[in-house]
Design a protein around this ligand. Sequence first.
Ligand code: BT5
Length: 327
Amino acid sequence: MAKRTSAPRLLQLLQESSGFVSGEQLSRQLGVSRTAVWKQVSGLRTVGYRIEALPSQGYRLVAGPDHIDQALLTAGLLSANVIGRQIVCRNEAVSTNSDAFKMAEAGAPEGTVLLAERQTGGKGRLGRRWESPEGVNLYCSVVLRPQLPPYEAPQLTFLSAVAVARAIELTSGLRPAIKWPNDVLLNGRKIAGLLNEMNAETDRVGFVILGIGVNLNMRQEQFPADLRTPATSLLLETGSSVSRHRFALTLLQELDREYVRFMREGFAAAREAWASYCNASGRQVCVDLGGSLLQGAFAGIDQDGALLVSSPDGRIERVLSGDVTVL
Ligand code: BT5
């Protein structure tokens, strides 16, 4: 798909040159000031172009944006069992979760994956916002139609957390941690968030949308200053950019493996894998229950994925939703 850019002429000049082009030459050829050239360069970087800038030499195009390509992803997932039966890549979505939900209501098959280059209204939990700048990260929603009672559907969050953690580990060699239930952290900073939404009748799940956002090549200046918790990206942690296509493929392959195992054997394997990444094992935690605080020792997760906290008087409290801080 052709990339729309606000600076097609600058891009053309950079593409035609094998090396650096001075800011002065670009400013002359474009008929704009050097500050305007710099602004256009910044704009291209925001949509994923890697442009090197050296004060003495000018600008050099290093690489174009790394698109997530529908045909390549479909080919890469041909041997998957469920995930990727249908793949839809969009330039923009308000929220891939909301769109995937509508697609599922309209009958999209299990394993449908919707990806977007950017989200204008990316959703977190509890009405929060997910920052979704263009061309640098992964925003993806997967339609599943498991034969499960609704109370077991939260288990699927753990599958996607494990798949994200594995994909990060395989891509970077760094070991992420998972914070109950849905945050993936690298070096203590949030690198991915998960948002699962469900359509259910009283006794069975209609469909579940697994929403996955992973910060891949997001740069420091693209993070707003007022995030609730410190955040990071693979680029910031490793110093080099990641192929978004490769990451998406690895993640969806891992998710396929986890989901197939879950449907065959139940929750135990995912629960064990999740526990191996959990940042709270053996620690004291404080849980914000949205009005009151619960403090105690982390005591694992139960069959339904609820958090277990052992309070000082020895009682085990079961938490279905809340924000955890590891003390
Ligand atoms: C989450 O919510 O972590 C779930 C995020 C799910 C995003 C995916 S992207 C694809 C799919 N489509 C959607 O519309 N959503 C899903 P929560 O635990 O409530 O965390 C939200 C909080 O994280 C915000 O209030 C910010 O403080 C912070 N935050 C926002 N954007 C961030 C980002 N890109 N990286 C790290 N932290 C961020």
